[in-house]
Design a protein. Structure first.
Length: 454
């Protein structure tokens, strides 16, 4: 097992990882930018190091500064969390060359799955169903148009690298394609330093269902069921839940087993999430694989009783799956999570500022993940998420009710939040019936705009 681990991240995920390291008896090291120097979770770490200015490029994306912390602290492991450098294969290689372990998949898996089109080719080769898509697009307008017609409109223009929904733009016709391609290239280059893009069939009202994977270094792979992440706004997840509602259980289980088998044959070696799009007519289709801990991992933990962070650390340390996981797993009840953002609930612009009041809810089967405390400031430098609120219940409706009550009791003053919008979704009849899809929030907002009370 590791003796000391650097947590190379910030906010809620840093706090989450520090808790698991403490439970495992592993000494911990936190890093922070100047903007996060007073973050409450720093008190959970045995050591803390300032790594740069508020801007991510000079701090949480500063590989040299983070590797210097590894050297100075004498750490033998580094946990990257999610976002920032968590899927950067070059950084993972540098961590390993420094003599510390990168707590995540091997660099080769970060590279193989980090490039969307190559990941699709690999999974398709091993029998995973795919939506029609193109190769990486060149500069030829004629070839791009031909590729789109070959797939069939509407199409989605997507960056070949990166994630988080950034740079994904729809094109419903040839007339919309050129501008979508130009904008997607620009966004991809600005966000990921790589302007490669490709086209994918844009399914109408699909569900976004992802499968949690754990694997050891000895060829053993286990799936830990699925999460439904269909409630999104502009490709950004807002509400996640486990299990997926109103989807045939047999189809879900069969896909989970198929993914487990493919990754076992490939030799995958740590935590990961396979994201799919589900359509009632065509079934499950591979979307991408995230080679890291997911933001929404807590809903899986709530229905299984597992500590995914602790398992990830143990597997990275060389433990076998059979030694750290129960032989049989089952889903207990239902869990649902809402991401609480500091943003205007109508215009959805970020709302940075001081948290004059910040009192997260408590109650039966309520879990809050946050990196903030009252008196802290939400800066414009990072993702505006201030907390994740998770509710568990014996049934989906019970979990939804608990989440609604928890959000109603979340006292936040000083910034605007998206809580009114989330409550609007949770109260929607179609959502409550489990009839969810990736465009549902847009439909809910459109209905609200037409309402006389709007």
């Amino acid at each position: 097992m590791f003796d000391k681990v650097v947590v190379a991240n910030r906010g809620a995920v840093a706090a989450r990882i520090l808790r698991s390291l403490h439970a495992l008896g592993i000494r911990s090291v936190a890093v922070y930018s100047e903007a996060d120097k007073d973050a409450p979770y720093l008190a959970l770490a045995g050591e803390s190091y300032r790594i740069g200015p508020p801007e991510p490029k000079g701090s949480y994306l500063n590989q040299d500064a983070i590797l210097e912390v590894v050297r100075q602290s004498g750490a033998d492991g580094l946990h990257p969390g999610y976002g920032f450098l968590s899927e950067n294969h070059g950084f993972a290689s540098r961590v390993e060359m420094s003599g510390a372990a990168f707590i995540g998949p091997s660099p080769r898996w970060l590279e193989a799955m980090g490039h969307k089109t190559r990941a699709r080719d690999l999974m398709a080769e091993h029998g995973m169903p795919m939506c029609p898509s193109s190769a990486v697009l060149g500069d030829s307008v004629e070839q791009t148009i031909a590729a789109a017609h070959g797939i069939g409109f509407p199409v989605l223009v997507k960056p070949a690298n990166g994630g988080g929904g950034i740079g994904m733009l729809p094109a419903h016709s040839e007339a919309e394609l050129a501008s979508a391609v130009e904008r997607a290239r620009s966004l991809a280059n600005r966000s990921f330093g790589d302007s490669e893009i490709y086209l994918e069939r844009l399914l109408q009202k699909p569900r976004h269902i992802e499968f949690q994977i754990l694997a050891d270094k000895y060829g053993n792979v286990r799936h830990v069921f699925e999460r439904d992440c269909s409630i999104q706004r502009r490709h950004q997840k807002v509400i996640e839940e486990a299990s997926a509602p109103a989807v045939p259980r047999q189809a879900v289980d069969a896909t989970a087993e198929r993914i487990q088998g493919i990754l076992g044959r490939l030799g995958y070696d740590n935590i990961g999430t396979v994201e799919t799009l589900f359509d009632a007519e065509v079934g499950f289709n591979f979307l991408e694989m995230n080679t890291r801990l997911q933001v929404e991992h807590a809903v899986t933990e709530e229905v299984t009783g597992l500590d995914l962070v602790a398992l990830q650390v143990q597997l990275a340390a060389g433990r076998r799956l059979a030694d750290v996981m129960p032989e049989a797993l089952s889903i207990k009840g239902h869990a649902i999570e809402a991401r609480v953002y500091a943003e205007d609930p109508k215009r959805f612009f970020p709302s940075p500022g001081p948290l004059k009041v910040f009192r997260p809810p408590t109650g039966e089967a309520i879990r809050v993940e946050t990196g903030y405390a009252e008196g802290a400031t939400v800066t414009p430098y990072y993702d505006p998420m201030v907390a994740k609120v998770v509710a568990h219940g014996p049934t989906r409706m019970a979990a939804i009710g608990r989440l609604q009550e928890a959000l109603a009791n979340f006292a936040i003053e000083g910034v605007k939040t998206n809580i009114p919008f989330v409550q609007q979704v949770l109260a929607d009849e179609q959502f409550r019936a489990g009839e969810v899809h990736t465009g549902l929030t847009a439909e809910i907002l459109a209905r609200a705009a037409k309402s006389p009370a709007a």
